[in-house]
Design a protein around this ligand. Sequence first.
Ligand SMILES: CC(=O)SCCNC(=O)CCNC(=O)[C@H](O)C(C)(C)COP(=O)(O)OP(=O)(O)OC[C@H]1O[C@@H](n2cnc3c(N)ncnc32)[C@H](O)[C@@H]1OP(=O)(O)O
Ligand SMILES: O=CC(=O)O
Ligand SMILES: [Mg+2]
Length: 789
Amino acid sequence: MLRHKVCRGIFGISQGSIATYSPTCPQLLHSNLAIKSLYPKRSAQTRQFSHTTTNKMTLQDPKGDYVNVASLRVNRGLYQFVENEVAPNTGVDVAHFWECLSNVVSKMAPRNEELLKKRDSLQKQIDEWHLARKGQEYDAAEYKQYLMDIGYLLPEGEAFKVTTSNVDPEIASIAGPQLVVPINNARYALNACNGRWQSLFDGLYGTNAVSETGGAQKAGGFNPRRALKVFEWVDNLLDEVMPLADGASWAQTKAFSVESEKLCIELTDGKKVAPKEDSVFAGYLGDAAKPTSVLIKNNNLHMELKFNADGAVGAEHHAHINDIQIESAITAIMDCEDSVTAVDAEDKVAVYKNWTGLMRGTLSASFQKGGKTLERVQNSDRVFKSPGGSEDVSLKGRSLLLVRNVGMHMYTDAVTTAGGDDIPEGFLDAFVTILAAIHDVKGNGKYANSVNGSVYIVKPKQHGPEEVAFTCELFTAVEQALDLPKNTVKIGVMDEERRTTINLYECIREAKERIVFINTGFLDRMGDEIHTSIEAGPVVALKNLRKVKWLPAYEAWNVDCGIAAGLVGTAQIGKGMWAAPDSMAEMLEQKIGHLKQGANTSWVPSPIAASLHVTHYHRVNVQETQEALKSRLRAPLDDILTPPLTDRADLNPEDVQKDLEAMAQSILGYVVRWIDMGVGCSKVPDIHNIGLMEDRATLRISSQHLANWLHHEIITKDQIKSAFEKMAAVVDEQNSSDPAYKAMVGTFEDNIAFQGALQLVFKGREVSNGYTEPVLHASRRKYKATNRN
Ligand SMILES: CC(=O)SCCNC(=O)CCNC(=O)[C@H](O)C(C)(C)COP(=O)(O)OP(=O)(O)OC[C@H]1O[C@@H](n2cnc3c(N)ncnc32)[C@H](O)[C@@H]1OP(=O)(O)O
Ligand SMILES: O=CC(=O)O
Ligand SMILES: [Mg+2]
């Protein structure tokens, strides 16, 4: 095995990249361009791999084969993929496509670099301000003035409203869950697309949403007692959100029929009632006298009650409802960013392949489950009879798909300039993902994604209005190149960097013709918060991380800016991820808060979570909430600007050690799978064995947290190393049943993942904005290079 044999500098694919991380060259580290320089010109070393999976690498072309086209060098595998799988039937000539990308690179790449340099320069000035005031009381007014003076906090212009057009109803008028999925996993991506409809019974039965007390345990086959609890839960929900006339309860229902275009419900005592509101009844299937399905509707969201007295579940239900299919993931984000590992051309092709497959309706995934081979494809639409029985009611069977491109700080060698420089990866993402979406825009695909002919791109990690304007300029350039009408491409702006938050209204203005969402990506935002104020002092302990002043103010401010800019009725005001995929009871209790705060969508990690979270949108009328918030004063900026710091005396060593170990464990649990297996989003059991979703954003928080404590000498380097070694054993144990997993214990010095995890902390202060990609990408590339066989 070749593993661990290459150079000792843990990041090096080549000597060039080791130099980038040399501790003797810290100025290189604290540069957004460090990510770019991690990918040195390596035309002689670049390898092209097969595209079968991200984990299996077949060396196809040891010379690192590029096609020279326009003024670019395009990885041959990528070139062929675009030519053979993306471009056909789009009306776009391949040579023209690369020519246009080449022009955009020549014209816009220098500004991409300038914008990154500006991030570094502002950070440097903030660092200097804090250093100059070491030991002094924090002066909020002086700080704010300084941020204005250096152009970090910008003045706001006149009031305006967004004018985005051709927005699909899933975004403009249906409030509901937004699912996020790593696009490079076809099985999950298809599942997310089909997550539009889910079984509510399964969601409740299979999770902790319904307690196991009173003999209602999950284990050991179908449990009728548990089923009764599920029915009770659903009856209570329906009583609340779609009440029946005459004070009747859904718990009393016995049989359903359709009479004179209305739903007629027979109760257990023989009485007949209808829903209180006629509009609840939306359609049915089967005979009017004894439908097989009844479609009900509330707050623009549907549920299909499916009857079968002979079904295992239906036999137990008081009205023989065998299942309830609930409209769940109204939109889904296909993620090319923080939940995937895509470190080279091979990985990028895998990412683009799945998105193209979804846009063409050809994606399929075959996998083993429950001893069977299953084949998953996109679902068709659902068709019902109208209440009168004479017409069809057709409902989308799939979530509206958005695609998250990478941020501006990423560079790729999948395409380089003629001189061998890596190009901004976001440029490539925009060109390829939009080209693929033309299949949908032109109606070539098997299914319609956007019925209004829009392409939805989520842009992460932008810092302030200038960068948003830059992205919009990029989208305009792609539209022109691909002959798409102006503003076909819509933008979702992640509000996840501090400079975007505090200038959010101006960010929205820059995108006012194409914006379709703002979303509080509070995980990245927390990482950026810690990094930005690293010189100000030690950050609070873990238990207080969410109790800090800036966080609720940021959440409220985002809603306030969105409402003020006229997003209501046009775009989403979204809230962040529920990062505990197995804790559904807790999610049901807490995530309704997002709607009450004025959000019309919020992120969920799985289709099951979507099926439960959607019940919140049945309970809360978001339009009314947003209307009521229109008159509120904007949340205080001073609170948002307050750094999340604590007195070092408040950090007692025992608690610090516990936090250190908890963070070491989550970092290692995530990083080892990222580097060794190419898994970009993992469920990692925390110290209490609760599975938590970890992605690059949660990694950014933990690594920045520890980097801050190291910098302020709350913990030492040795202490960190010991904690990581101790926790490596825990992580090894947690993964011991996975045959593909390689243990870290016993290999610390040479283990790329282990060393990478440590460097995320040790270099956390220097790396621009606390991003994790430089270390992750270099480590993964090194792992791939050393484990190729
Ligand atoms: C800060 C941010 O940027 S957040 C955005 C990035 N994060 C994400 O995208 C989170 C996406 N979620 C996930 O990747 C996963 O849910 C994880 C990694 C958290 C957990 O994955 P697992 O441990 O495999 O989940 P688990 O075993 O509980 O469930 C697997 C089943 O759920 C499905 N599933 C889980 N997550 C998703 C998802 N996001 N989309 C679609 N299906 C999903 C799988 O398809 C699988 O079902 P199948 O066997 O029928 O195919
Ligand atoms: O992208 C989401 C986040 O929270 O970060
Ligand atoms: Mg993020």
